[in-house]
Design a protein around this ligand. Structure first.
Ligand code: ADP
Ligand code: MG
Length: 361
């Protein structure tokens, strides 16, 4: 593997007693689309701001293209930051906004316009280069902000919730465009969001933050299917966490005693150990179990049906004293009487064993 384009070594930021970022080490490869994902207050903006040079870290080192930039100002780094409010000049034209950064970098005027036009075309605004910013829609402004960033050809493009102000439909479309733009440019993007769907549709790798620390990091599919912690399992989509105790372990498998029975699944542990199991709503099925891999979850009483278009959401109440409530996602065409009692089951390979308390730090 080649040298990383970004390297964080034990980076921390404290504001008095508040630990915003807590000892983060991370490497980003050239051409990677990394998404920093996490709930509000998890340290995403602080981390991005330290990368961009707007916030000095309390501890640790930041290297970009192998150079230590820890004490360097934003303009002395090969980074550009796109902020949520875009920070455009409202009365200037699209072209002048995009060319502005080039003028700051003393690029000669004719070349400036040529480069600006190329960037404007790249974001699909070639017909709008003479418009002023206040004459553009939110989505178009977003593209101007992107054009202004990519025209500089930074080693790393930093984006802080750049799609946060757009309505859902435009946001989904811009996600798609941002993704292709990054691919076309072979550029390195580090993008902040609290929206797990956005993270999944953009990222080569998601870095999931929680209370200033990396909770899990990896490709979206891996984090969704095999989350490292209870926090990662619950933040990346909906899931059911069922607590239990390991009764048998060996050969890469465990049997876990839970309120819905003994669940046999892939994993490691020791007899007597308390664990949490993650059961995704879409993985829980009802009716007669089939296949050698199926694990019965007892009888469920189904209720709270809500039609959601591509699936029908409901709850199953199961276990002794109806103590377990499981969210389910059934095919939309399925017709079940509310309060119906039915066997419920899951494939063993869809159960993820998580250590209890792995996220209690
Ligand atoms: P996120 O972007 O994930 O919502 P932030 O990085 O903005 O999170 O904030 C992380 C934590 O640091 C929060 O608890 C926040 O209140 C605190 N924080 C951020 N900036 C400052 C600041 N300038 N002064 C004091 N506390 C701050
Ligand atoms: Mg933020």
């Amino acid at each position: 593997m080649t040298a990383p384009v970004v390297e964080l070594r034990g980076v921390a930021k404290e504001y008095g007693a508040v630990v915003a970022v807590d000892d983060i080490s991370l490497e980003v490869q050239k051409g990677e689309f990394v998404v920093l994902l996490g709930p509000s207050g998890s340290g995403k903006t602080t981390l991005l701001s330290m990368l961009g040079g707007f916030t000095p870290p309390t501890r640790g080192q930041i290297l970009i293209e192998g150079r230590d930039v820890t004490g360097k100002a934003p303009a002395q780094r090969p980074t550009v930051t796109v902020f949520q409010d875009y920070a455009l000049f409202p009365h200037m034209t699209v072209r002048d906004n995009v060319a502005f950064g080039l003028a700051m970098r003393r690029v000669p005027k004719p070349q400036r316009h040529e480069l600006a036009y190329a960037a404007i075309t790249q974001v699909g605004l070639s017909d709008f280069s003479d418009r002023r910013i206040h004459q553009l829609s939110g989505g178009q402004r977003q593209r101007v902000a992107l054009a202004r960033a990519i025209v500089i050809e930074p080693a790393v493009l930093l984006l802080d919730e750049p799609l946060g102000a757009l309505d859902v439909k435009i946001r989904r479309q811009m996600q798609h465009e941002l993704h292709s733009l990054q691919r076309d440019l072979h550029a390195t993007f580090i993008h902040v969001t609290h929206d797990q769907e956005e993270a999944m549709s953009l990222a080569d790798r998601i870095v999931l933050l929680n209370e200033g620390r990396i909770e899990d990091a990896g490709p979206p599919e891996r984090i969704y299917r095999e989350p490292a912690t209870v926090f990662a399992a619950t933040f990346m989509g909906d899931t059911n966490i069922v607590r239990g105790t390991v009764s048998k372990a060996g050969g890469g498998r465990v049997a876990v005693e839970t309120a819905v029975g003994t669940l046999d699944c892939k994993g490691s542990g020791e007899a007597g150990e308390a664990v949490c199991l993650s059961l995704r709503p879409e993985a829980i099925r009802c009716g007669k179990a089939n296949g050698p891999d199926s694990v019965p979850l007892g009888t469920g009483r189904l209720g709270d049906f809500v039609f959601q278009g591509t699936f029908r959401r409901c709850h199953a109440v199961a276990g002794p004293d109806a103590s377990v409530r499981l969210q389910m996602r059934l095919p939309p065409e399925i017709e079940i009487e509310p309060e119906a009692q039915t066997p419920i089951w899951i494939r063993s390979s869809d159960i993820v064993v998580l250590k209890e308390g792995q996220n209690d730090r």
